[in-house]
Design a protein around this ligand. Structure first.
Ligand SMILES: Nc1ncnc2c1ncn2[C@@H]1O[C@H](COP(=O)(O)OP(=O)(O)OP(=O)(O)O)[C@@H](O)[C@H]1O
Length: 267
């Protein structure tokens, strides 16, 4: 992963985005004046303390919420246009699979909804099953899978229409340490093979540093951009990258930045 995306085409742009929840008299400003760009094929992570508005910001980008102020554009269009053209996939912290559909049928769902005929996507689904390592489990139902496997299905489903953009909201937060390691490694491999722009939300500094090209640190109450950090760890990252002095240095600096961001909040 090249860490210099400054000359890349801008894929997502946020300009003065704010979000206020609640009705008059009981309003809460959750996000204030958020501006940054995400380059094409860049992996950008939103990091910050619990409640600072990371998920809200991701939902705004994915057109699941509308901002109270400011503007978001994806490929120079309103997120709604981009959503309707299925140009992004979303992966949440709970996999939200359909219990009555097999692994394969869950992955096929967006293709069915998109009215593609089954014979045109068989090979694609086979390839996705292989990508997420679930070929042997294609006829299993979600309740027959571990949580890590269920998340793999959710990732394959989000990739089924081959969107150029993925929004991932703490997808590994419920997993044990070893499964999390494996899925982080899989995501790094996937990123190497596929050209995707990824916006990722996490509360883990180590996860953010291992996966990202750039980290946006948010402060809380209200959520604002506290700092933006480049992660110059190169293209070939593995779990061993975490042991390198540069990784330790970056993790310490970014953790400090998160603490400073929390302290500078108004609450
Ligand atoms: N639909 C909503 N209505 C009212 N308040 C909301 C709504 N959604 C989120 N909030 C509030 O917005 C704030 C930010 O929530 P959000 O989930 O975006 O934070 P977060 O940084 O992702 O937190 P965490 O890391 O704990 O998941 C919280 O105070 C939350 O209560």
């Amino acid at each position: 992963m090249n860490s210099d995306f400054s000359r890349q085409k801008v894929e997502i742009s946020l300009d003065g985005v704010g979000m206020v929840f609640g009705k008059k008299g009981r309003q809460v400003t959750v996000l204030q004046n958020i501006s940054f760009d995400v380059g094409q094929n860049e992996f950008v992570t939103l990091l910050g303390p619990s409640g600072c508005g990371k998920s809200t910001l991701l939902r705004l980008m994915a057109d699941l919420l509308q901002p109270s102020s400011g503007q978001i554009t994806i490929q120079k269009e309103h997120p709604k246009e981009v959503r309707l053209r299925r140009k992004f996939g979303i992966i949440f912290r709970t996999p939200n699979l359909f219990e009555w559909r097999t692994v394969r049928e869950n992955i096929e769902l967006p293709l069915e909804v998109h009215e593609q005929s089954r014979h045109t996507y068989q090979d694609r689904v086979d390839h996705l099953l292989e990508t997420v390592g679930l070929t042997k489990f294609k006829d299993y139902y979600p309740w027959q899978l571990s949580t890590g496997m269920q998340i793999r299905v959710a990732i394959a489903r989000a990739l089924s229409l081959d969107p150029p953009i993925l929004f991932m909201d703490e997808p590994f937060s419920t997993l044990d340490e070893f499964t999390k390691d494996k899925l982080q490694l899989d995501l790094l491999e996937m990123k190497k093979k596929m050209n995707k722009t990824i916006v990722f939300v996490t509360r883990s500094t180590t996860e953010a540093v291992l996966l990202s090209n750039r980290i946006i640190v948010l402060s809380a109450n209200p959520g604002r951009v506290h700092a933006i950090h480049q992660v110059p760890l190169g293209h070939d990252r593995t779990l061993q990258t975490r042991e390198s002095p540069l990784f330790q240095e970056l993790t310490a600096a970014i953790r400090k930045s998160v603490y400073e961001g929390s302290e500078s909040s108004e609450a």
